[in-house]
Design a protein around this ligand. Structure first.
Ligand code: SPV
Ligand code: MG
Length: 294
C-alpha cells in the first residue's frame, strides 16, 4: 500500500534521480498489474517501468468507445482509481483537451488529491479526435487560450510535485515546426511543468528536429514523447536528444486484442475450448496473479 502523497512525488523524484523515465500504458486493474510487476534482466541490470499512463485511447477502446472525449470524467476517474488501487508506481493521466478551463481546474484538484503525479492536456479544440487517426478532422486550440487553461490548472495545484504537462499537436495537424516551437515557449512561460511533443510520422525525424531546437531554449521543462508510430527509435536515441519521459501509450491493449480474437475463433472452429488453451494462461495462474488480501 502507498499513500497518495508518497506516490505523487515519485515521478519528479525518478526524473531527478534518473534523468529519464519510461512509462507504460494501462486501462484497467489487470493491465496496470502487468505494468507494475514486469521486470527483465538485461546486460545493464534489472529494468522495469517507472510509471503508468492512463491512456484515453485504451481506456475508451477497452470500453468499446472511440477516443473522442465521450467517456465521461466519472468513468475515467473510476478507471484511474482501479489502477491506483492495485499499484504503487506513479500515474500520469491523459487529460485529453482538459475541456473548459473550469472543468480542467476541477480535474487538477481531483487528480492531485488522488495521488496522481501528472496530467497531460493537448492543445486541440474539444472534442478532440485521436492523434493517430489519419481520417480525423480536428482543430488546434488558439495558443493563448490553451496557455490560459494551463494557467488556470496551475492555480489549483497544492504541491510542487504535481505536474501539468502541455501537449503540442502542431506536428500532428501539420501546422509546422515553428508553430510547435512557439507554442512550447508560450506554454512554458505560462507555467507548464513539462512539454509533450507528439508526432504520427513513421520515423522520429520531426521529433528529433524539435528536440534540437528545444535544446536552445533558455527555459526548459522535461520533454515527453510517445513513440507509437516511430517505434523503431530506441530510448537511448530519444534520451540523447534530450527527451526525459517516453510513454508506451497503447501496447498492452493492442497486444491483448489479437489473442482474444484468436481464442474466440478457435472455440467456434472446434466447438470446444481445448485448442484455445495454447493462447491462454493457466486458470491457477490468473487466480494466483491476484492474491486474496487477508
Ligand atoms: C493516448 O494514449 O490516448 C494518447 C496518445 O493520447 S495517442 O493515442 O497517440 O493520441
Ligand atoms: Mg489520448
Amino acid at each position: 500500500m502507498i499513500t497518495p502523497s508518497v506516490r505523487l512525488k515519485q515521478l519528479k523524484e525518478s526524473l531527478d534521480q534518473k534523468g529519464f523515465v519510461r512509462i507504460i500504458e494501462a486501462h484497467s486493474g489487470i493491465s496496470a498489474l502487468v505494468g507494475e510487476a514486469t521486470r527483465v534482466q538485461t546486460g545493464t541490470g534489472i529494468v522495469e517501468y517507472d510509471g503508468i499512463w492512463e491512456s484515453s485511447l485504451t481506456d475508451s477502446a477497452s470500453k468499446g468507445f472511440p477516443d473522442v472525449e465521450l467517456i465521461g470524467l466519472e468513468s475515467r476517474i473510476h478507471t484511474i482509481n482501479e489502477i491506483l488501487e492495485v499499484t504503487q508506481k506513479p500515474l500520469i493521466v491523459d487529460g485529453d483537451t482538459g475541456r473548459s478551463p473550469i472543468e480542467f481546474e476541477f480535474l487538477v484538484r481531483r487528480l492531485e488529491r488522488m495521488g496522481v503525479s501528472a496530467v497531460i492536456i493537448e492543445d486541440k479544440v474539444f472534442p478532440k479526435r485521436n492523434s493517430l487517426d489519419t481520417s480525423a478532422n480536428q482543430t488546434l486550440e488558439a495558443p493563448n487560450l490553451f496557455a490560459q487553461k494551463i494557467q488556470r490548472g496551475k492555480s489549483q495545484v497544492l504541491t510542487d510535485d504535481f505536474m501539468i504537462i502541455a501537449r503540442i499537436e502542431s506536428l500532428i495537424l501539420k501546422a509546422g515546426m515553428d508553430d510547435a516551437l512557439a507554442r512550447a515557449r508560450a506554454y512554458i512561460a505560462t507555467g507548464a511543468d513539462g512539454i509533450m511533443i507528439h508526432s504520427k510520422m513513421p520515423t522520429a525525424d520531426e521529433v528529433l528536429t524539435f528536440c534540437k531546437e528545444y535544446e536552445k531554449f533558455d527555459d526548459r521543462v522535461p520533454l515527453v514523447v510517445v513513440p507509437s508510430t516511430y517505434a523503431q527509435t530506441t530510448e537511448d536515441e530519444l534520451a540523447e536528444a534530450g527527451v526525459r519521459v517516453v510513454i508506451y501509450a497503447n501496447q498492452l491493449l493492442r497486444s491483448a486484442y489479437p489473442a482474444m480474437v484468436e481464442v474466440a475463433k478457435s472455440i467456434l472452429l472446434h466447438s470446444r475450448a481445448a485448442e484455445a488453451e495454447e493462447h491462454c494462461m493457466f486458470i491457477k495462474d490468473i487466480i494466483n496473479l491476484i492474491p486474496e488480501r487477508k
